[in-house]
Design a protein around this ligand. Structure first.
Ligand code: MLT
Length: 309
């Protein structure tokens, strides 16, 4: 007997777990944002999203891996202003191009930059910090997450304004760099706000200023760089989700919708806002808006960083 068997309806994406590459150590800003957003996306998509921290070379090791991954929607990356913009002028032999090798999915968060120091670093405020760093540029050190990372690029900008070249100490992410700052092994750092809020509130580090035009509601007592006397230092990073080039438009649309839904969720919003993130408006979350942001950020950072290479 030959029974007629209707062909099984092809299951729609995703049919198995998704890997989200985080190009820095666990516990840092990229990791925290990726975990908060993908935790909610997993509910929408009906599949788990597994975070894989792949460290090295300011996030470019992981980003190269993501660029070369299968473009089937099962390997994604949470990149940022460093991996998908500043790396271009800083790494002449970069093995990927942020615009040519990725499909933008969605902008996840804006992250203001703060100037932070170990608790017992002598300067009491930003003016004293500027004087102290200028006077002791050979002795002081700045922690960062590797060449091309947000923390590296932000402090490069600060150092160019102050015209100093202090020692820099690279880590695999500002998660471990923050541990060193709390432990007093390094002097200061220019870090994204999500990493800083819990430590500032716990009193384990100090914040001299936030490099945005307005104070942040999560840190109402931290002055802006303009208020504290260094208006030229303005810096805000961003974190965003990408898939390898050639990932289908249907998959990109499905991931974009899930990411946007996550950003509208009250609990996700509360967690991101408590950490000082800026949640992108709906118009800023589209793949097209992210493509434009990447293009503009490469154009912005290239002349700033090229002379340093
Ligand atoms: C950076 O400086 O690029 C980030 O803070 C890296 C991280 O998420 O640890």
């Amino acid at each position: 007997l030959c029974a007629f068997v209707a062909p099984a309806k092809a299951q729609t994406y995703p049919t198995r777990s998704i890997t989200m590459i985080v190009p820095f150590a666990a516990g840092g800003p990229t990791d925290v944002i990726a975990r908060i957003v993908t935790g909610h996306m997993a509910q929408t998509l009906g599949q788990s999203v597994i975070i894989e921290n792949v460290v090295g070379a300011g996030g470019t090791t992981a980003t190269t891996r993501a660029a070369r991954a299968a473009n089937d929607g099962y390997t994604l990356i949470t990149g940022h202003m460093g991996t998908h913009a500043a790396s271009v002028p800083l790494y002449p032999k970069l093995a990927y191009h942020p615009e040519k090798d990725f499909e933008p999915i969605a902008l996840l968060a804006g992250t203001p930059i703060l100037i932070l120091a170990r608790k017992d670093f002598p300067p009491k405020d930003l003016n004293e910090f500027v004087t102290y760093v200028k006077a002791n540029a050979e002795k002081v050190n700045a922690a960062h997450a590797g060449v091309g990372s947000v923390s590296h690029v932000s402090c490069e900008l600060l150092h160019s304004i102050l015209d100093v070249k202090p020692v820099s100490v690279p880590f695999n992410g500002t998660g471990p760099a923050m541990n060193a700052l709390v432990g007093g092994q390094v002097d200061y750092m220019c870090d994204q706000i999500v990493n800083a809020v819990p430590q500032i509130n716990a009193g384990t580090i100090k914040a001299y200023a936030i490099a945005t035009p307005q104070r942040n509601p999560s840190l109402p007592n931290v002055p802006t760089t303009a208020e504290a006397g260094l208006p030229k230092f303005q810096a805000q990073a961003w974190n965003a989700m990408f898939a390898p080039k050639g990932t289908s438009a249907a998959i990109v649309a499905s991931l974009n919708a899930a990411a946007s839904k996550a950003l509208d969720d009250e609990n996700v919003k509360k967690r991101l806002l408590e950490l000082g993130s800026v949640i992108p408006a709906a118009a800023e979350r589209t793949p097209e808006a992210l493509a434009t942001l990447v293009k503009n950020e490469i154009a912005k950072w290239t002349p700033v960083l090229k002379p340093a290479t």
